[in-house]
Design a protein around this ligand. Structure first.
Ligand SMILES: [Zn+2]
Length: 187
């Protein structure tokens, strides 16, 4: 083994403890170490029969907090709903290639809880569609997403005719130094 390769191997092996040390400092490790204390709240009044609503949202982190507030407070569903997050929610609900997989996911929710209502919350600037820029204009995006939300509702009702399906479209709005999330009910 020549000196060149020895230096390369020395570098590789001497790097392992360094990267390993970096990894153990990640926030996830801190959380795991205290996992026995992670219980944050109780839901004493939530019996299985109380959950009759399934909420479907995109996974987009920008809307996560607003979605929880909207579902809990505005819709009044706190502790009484199932929640499925789907990357590119409506896009993949409609897309024939991914639809059956997603339907199978919430079929189990239908079976295990007596779901009577589905709430779909789609959002503007969704990566599933390639973002707002893929539509050319704000009006075009709004019309396209509303059409897809209604198509998703039709597909769900076709499979589960007794369900009520409510649709909402959310979007980010910059106001002064704050970013707000607006929810629009789609009929
Ligand atoms: Zn999205």
């Amino acid at each position: 083994m020549n000196i060149y390769w020895r230096w390369i191997l020395f570098f590789i092996f001497s790097s392992i403890p360094f990267f390993g040390c970096t990894y153990t400092k990640a926030p996830l490790s801190d959380l795991a170490a205290d996992s026995q204390h992670v219980i944050t709240s109780e839901t004493p009044n939530a019996a299985r029969s109380d959950c009759d609503t399934l909420v479907i949202t995109c996974i987009d982190y920008r809307f996560a907090v607003a979605n929880q507030e909207f579902i809990n407070n505005t819709l009044g569903l706190k502790d009484h709903y199932d929640h499925i997050s789907i990357p590119g929610s409506i896009y993949n609900l409609i897309n024939q290639e991914t639809r059956s997989l997603l339907f199978s996911r919430f079929t189990s929710s239908m079976r295990h809880h007596l779901i009577k209502r589905v709430v779909i919350i789609g959002h503007k600037d969704c990566g599933g569609y390639g973002g707002s820029s893929a539509f050319g204009s704000e009006i075009a995006e709004h019309e396209y997403l509303c059409t897809d939300l209604r198509r998703a509702r039709a597909l769900i009702i076709e499979k589960y005719p007794t369900l009520d399906v409510d649709l909402f479209l959310e979007s980010l709005h910059h106001e002064a130094d704050k970013v707000r999330v607006r929810f629009e009910k789609i009929l």
